[in-house]
Design a protein around this ligand. Structure first.
Ligand SMILES: Nc1ncnc2c1ncn2[C@@H]1O[C@H](COP(=O)(O)OP(=O)(O)O)[C@@H](O)[C@H]1O
Ligand SMILES: [Mg+2]
Length: 510
């Protein structure tokens, strides 16, 4: 087999962590090679070394059989290696072509930029690879998916024959993901070698030839994708069997517990982000809000939780109007909130796990007496119980600083606190974002257990899998309004994806 890339025995350490531990990766010429691993497994580090953004502590790299020293990204570019980063590096008020030629402008003899020639070449490349990008458009006017295709064009413009994608689908809608998969196939047909970083097994099955799995910095192995199931890939990634779809009983739906009527909420700059939105949540059901990031989800939850004022409309909790209630009042009436931004709204990093566990009821019995004195012993005893119950891994038990926990354990701490307050309604945003497969499985189980206790749950997630698996009803949000609401079994992931992109389906009331 002819190898485009050989990375042999690569080690890279950061203070306190071995990000890559003697990792070996061999990518055949012209294949699509997936690099799979949980968060923090070392995937981006390994590819940043290949791209020259980091230098390895030890190990050897060969490109097309020749040993190389990739000191910086310029060397990588010269070797024909391009990288499409997780966070795009585009200048918004520049055109597509200006962004592409940035740093390598073709000049006329007098040193003037020959933008016309560049535009022609960009248009040609866009057509060859089916990228559908307008070379003259301003980057700020094109979709996120198109911006990603500009990044792809940037690598092609520099004649890359090895293209690395770092978690490219994280920012895309399901339709855009399908398009990207087509583009990757096209790149392969044209003879490019592709490395695709992902933790999504479906995508690997859809497009990759082989897959190398990293776990905690170490290389677990390389497999032919056709020979393994998603289940087997997940086991390699996590190190144990994983349950994908959580089994759940049919919902036992009670009366309406949360009623949102014609709600409008503005963001901090005063722009209306939630527009005339209405939805109801019953006891014992999970209602999911599906949508692309930035369509009003954040502001909806802020409005409901009392973090932002409501511009118009009403919110009823158990029939009581809480539209203008203080945050504390809402909590006392039974509103729980697992927020999107854990660090900012979910916990106080400098506080211990115990203190974080009573963040919302410290001033009440049994924690405070009528003189306002805090019962430390009681607080720590209760927290220790939650630590056991919710499997929170904290080095120094209830005294551990919340900020020093891993993301998954921070999230478990917040989930423990909110569930422990026995809320009637639980608002949940992005409960598993950035967590590894084991913690995801655990938190999803907990959410379903709350539903089965008769709580009403409103769940916001950008992960369609999560919405489809957990929710009893699914509402799709686009530009701040609900564009359709369906019972989970009535609708396909594909249809939800279309609605997320803004199209309405006829007769959508559930
Ligand atoms: N610049 C950095 N400084 C310190 N630690 C880092 C840095 N980049 C990555 N790490 C650590 O290295 C490990 C691997 O990270 P990364 O390669 O980003 O993983 P992945 O891309 O698989 O999610 C993680 O523990 C991460 O916290
Ligand atoms: Mg990464």
């Amino acid at each position: 087999m002819e190898h485009a890339i050989e990375m042999i025995g690569i080690t890279k350490t950061f203070p306190g962590v071995v990000a890559n531990d003697k990792v070996t990766l061999r990518v055949a010429d012209g294949e699509v090679h997936a690099l799979l691993g949980e968060n923090g497994a070392g995937k981006s580090t390994l590819m940043s070394i290949l791209f020259g953004a980091y230098n390895a502590d030890s190990g050897t790299i060969r490109i097309h059989g020749k040993e190389v020293d990739i000191k910086d990204p310029n060397v990588a570019t010269e070797l024909g290696i391009g990288m499409v980063h997780q966070h795009f590096k585009l200048v918004h008020n520049y055109t597509v072509t200006e962004n592409i030629v940035l740093g390598m402008e073709p000049t006329r003899r007098l040193g003037l930029l020959d933008i016309g020639r560049a535009e022609k070449r960009v248009a040609k490349l866009s057509e060859t690879y089916g990228l559908k990008v307008d070379a003259k458009a301003l980057v700020e006017d094109i979709t996120v998916g198109a911006q990603q295709r500009v990044e792809i064009l940037k690598t092609l413009y520099r004649n890359a024959n090895i293209i690395i994608f770092d978690e490219p689908t994280a920012v895309l809608t399901p339709q855009e993901i399908e398009e990207l998969i087509q583009i990757i196939r096209r790149l392969k047909e044209e003879g490019k070698t592709i490395v695709l970083i992902t933790h999504k097994l479906k995508e690997i099955k859809a497009v990759a030839d082989r897959c190398t799995v990293l776990r905690r910095g170490a290389c677990i192995g390389t497999v032919d994708v056709a020979d393994v199931s998603e289940q087997q890939l997940a086991e390699m990634m996590v190190g144990r069997a994983v349950e994908f779809e959580i089994e759940k009983k049919p919902a036992r739906i009670g009366e309406v517990v949360l009623s949102i009527k014609n709600l409008s909420v503005a963001d901090q700059a005063g722009h209306l982000k939630v527009r005339d939105l209405s939805v109801e949540v019953h006891k014992g059901e999970i209602v999911g809000i599906a949508g692309v990031d930035g369509n009003g989800q954040t502001e909806l939850l802020y409005g409901l939780a009392g973090l932002s004022p409501v511009a118009s409309g009403t919110i009823l909790l158990d029939g009581q109007d809480i539209t203008k209630a203080t945050i504390r009042k809402r909590i006392e009436l039974g509103l729980g909130h697992i927020p999107e931004d854990r660090q900012k709204h979910g916990m106080v990093s400098d506080f211990s796990v115990a203190e974080n566990c009573i963040l919302k009821n410290y001033y009440q019995k049994p924690y405070s007496n009528r003189y306002g004195l805090l019962d430390q012993k009681r607080m720590e005893a209760d927290a220790s119980q939650l630590i056991v119950q919710f499997d929170i891994r904290a080095g120094q038990g209830s005294k551990t600083k919340a900020g020093s926990l891993s993301g998954g354990n921070q999230q478990k701490t917040i989930v423990a606190r909110e569930i422990n307050l026995s809320p009637h309604v639980l608002l949940i945003a992005q409960p598993t974002r950035g967590l590894d497969v084991g913690a995801i499985e655990y938190i999803r189980h907990r959410i379903i257990a709350e539903r089965d206790k008769g709580r009403g749950i409103l769940l916001i997630s950008f992960e369609l899998d999560e919405i489809m698996n957990l929710c009893d009803r699914i509402a799709t949000i686009s530009k701040g309004s609900i564009v359709g609401i369906f019972a989970q079994h009535e609708v396909s992931e594909r249809e939800i994806g279309m609605m997320m992109a803004g199209s309405r389906r006829e007769g959508g009331e559930a």
